[in-house]
Design a protein around this ligand. Sequence first.
Ligand SMILES: C[S@@+](CC[C@H](N)C(=O)[O-])C[C@H]1O[C@@H](n2cnc3c(N)ncnc32)[C@H](O)[C@@H]1O
Length: 219
Amino acid sequence: MAGDPERRALSTESDIHHPLFARWYARVIARAAERDQNRARLFRDLHGTVLELGCGPGVNFSRYPQSVSEVVAVEPEPTLRERAERAATSAPVPIQVRAGLADHLPLDDASVDEAVSSLVLCSVPDQDSALAELRRVLRPGGRLHFYEHVVAHNRVGRAFQAAADATFWPRTFGDCHLARDTLGAIERAGFRIEHYTRLRLVDAEFPHPHILGRAVLPV
Ligand SMILES: C[S@@+](CC[C@H](N)C(=O)[O-])C[C@H]1O[C@@H](n2cnc3c(N)ncnc32)[C@H](O)[C@@H]1O
């Protein structure tokens, strides 16, 4: 166990402040998420205790199926966390919203059955340490369900992403990075990819390639 979860949950060290981005994001994502059928696919096969990493304003909360007994939703940005707390009150399953960082989660070792990450691994400061922490809190055999935007396959796309990452993109969009090989990071962390699809979205959150899939932690 890596520390007292209650104490860590209350720590303001777990806060990231992006109030302008947070207000903008909460507004645009609500409608985009509602009509995003790819996002809906994340929630088809979830059971037991679920960690939702970087839950933002809680747009996923209404999608959790009854097979989920509890969701612990971790969100470090106070404006987004407050929205998530409100969204949790009308969710179909019990949801606890906690402050926390991906690489310092307010959870015990092997305490969750599944984890959900939608558009979060683009924003964490270090994917390797976030995924190592995810491994700590997932039980052996636990699964990570991911929906993330990722580095482009083509040279022009990659060049645009690298230039944007080096200049305006992260500071405009809450530390988001475009040119990340998130699938590679998940595999490098020791997860086995069960399946994934590469998507090119024209009518969703970002005009960038996304991956949607599931990875399992070996027993
Ligand atoms: C683009 S938003 C996605 C929010 C939500 N998951 C969704 O699907 O709409 C990125 C989220 O990652 C969160 N985030 C940023 N850095 C983080 C970190 N180090 N640990 C956990 N979450 C983080 C942000 O606060 C924000 O809620």
